[in-house]
Design a protein around this ligand. Structure first.
Ligand code: 13P
Length: 340
């Protein structure tokens, strides 16, 4: 199969009405933080057990079309010996892989960060493909203040995202392009909108310059929200209106799907906001989720590292997946939060 036909086939499986993506690609330090919050030590066995638990949750494939994994997970197996990527694929969930190597401070730009991991990427992708990965993720982050991010950071991150996406498409791996405008800080919603618009313009300009095929990629942006410590938080309708306004100004209609990250929103907020976004009318792209914390937090809390809690943990994950599935169609109601 040519790289382009592979991309088409993977996208067809990934972009389905009422479905989103589960981000389960926490790096070593991040999963250690999540486990610490529930009193679990981050050993390789605990990570394997937890990820086998969530990927094997029966029925997850009804609301989740893809799962982003961390490199270690690609090589791990369920109790019965099934490779974890295959456990997901068995229920129609396409396995993907986080390929960036995290962020470092951007040189000569205090307060800004840049993502690394381009060196040797094509070779790594070939190995990940052998292990079952059909799409990839690269995350750029932007700190927000009155002066951040700098123009330098906006350009450097756009360049890296575009180089990554081009390498992925050449290898027949669908790129998820993730520019995350961070929620941390006391900035206003207007400032978040301004930064997000500048970031997305630059990202799509760079993608165009690097010949990336917009039809064969996914965008994973943050929503437009006030900073987490801003005294006035926004309603879902306000988040939806501002987010859609920025996306319509910046994202080409050729992009098939926009899969939001949750970025520190609570599970309930992330669902209500996605629902409000999908109630704003029709748009050129599918608007869905690629949540990490907003899908997994209740499942982690229910699990607490105990095999005996497996059922409760899976139920908690399925509930969030189902509610977010409803939000993809603008069918979510607050009453659904109360139901099991
Ligand atoms: P959150 O939804 O927790 O932000 O995770 C999504 C993700 O993949 C971050 O890179």
């Amino acid at each position: 199969m040519s790289a382009e036909s592979e991309l088409h086939a993977s996208l067809k499986a990934l972009v389905q009405k009422g479905k989103g993506i589960l981000a389960a690609d926490e790096s070593g330090p991040t999963i250690a933080k999540r486990f610490k919050a529930i009193g679990v030590e981050s050993t390789e066995e605990n990570r394997r057990a937890y990820r086998a638990l969530i990927l094997g949750a029966p029925g997850l494939g009804e609301f989740v079309g893809g799962v982003i994994l961390y490199e270690e997970t690609l090589g791990q197996q369920a109790d019965d010996g099934t490779p974890l990527p295959q456990l997901a694929a068995r229920q129609g969930i396409v396995p993907g892989i986080k390929v960036d190597a995290g962020t470092i401070p951007l040189a000569l730009a205090p307060g800004d960060e840049v993502t690394q991991g381009l060196d040797g990427l094509a070779k790594r992708l070939a190995v990940y493909k052998e292990q079952g990965a059909r799409f990839a993720k690269w995350r750029a982050v932007y700190n927000v203040s009155d002066t951040l991010p700098s123009r330098m950071a906006v350009e450097a991150n756009a360049q890296a995202l575009a180089r990554y996406a081009a390498i992925c498409q050449e290898q027949g791996v669908v790129p998820i392009v993730e520019p995350e405008v961070l929620i941390a800080g006391a900035h206003t919603m207007a400032r978040c909108a301004e930064v997000t618009e500048a970031v997305l313009h630059e990202v799509f300009h760079a993608l165009h310059r690097q010949q990336v095929m917009f039809e064969l990629m996914l965008l994973k942006p943050s929503m437009v929200v006030p900073g987490k410590s801003h005294p006035q938080q926004a309603t879902p309708a306000e988040v939806a209106a501002q987010t859609i306004r920025v996306l319509r100004r910046t994202v080409p209609a050729a992009v098939p799907s926009i899969n939001f990250l949750s970025g520190g929103q609570s599970p309930a907020e992330a669902t209500a906001n996605l629902d409000a976004i999908n109630r704003t009318g029709s748009h050129p792209w599918q608007l869905t989720f690629s949540y990490g914390r907003a899908l997994q937090e209740p499942a982690l809390k229910a699990w607490k590292g105990q095999a005996a809690n497996a059922r409760a943990s899976r139920d908690a994950l399925l509930k969030r997946a189902r509610l977010n599935g409803a939000a993809c169609d603008g069918r979510f109601t607050a009453a659904m939060e109360g139901a099991d």
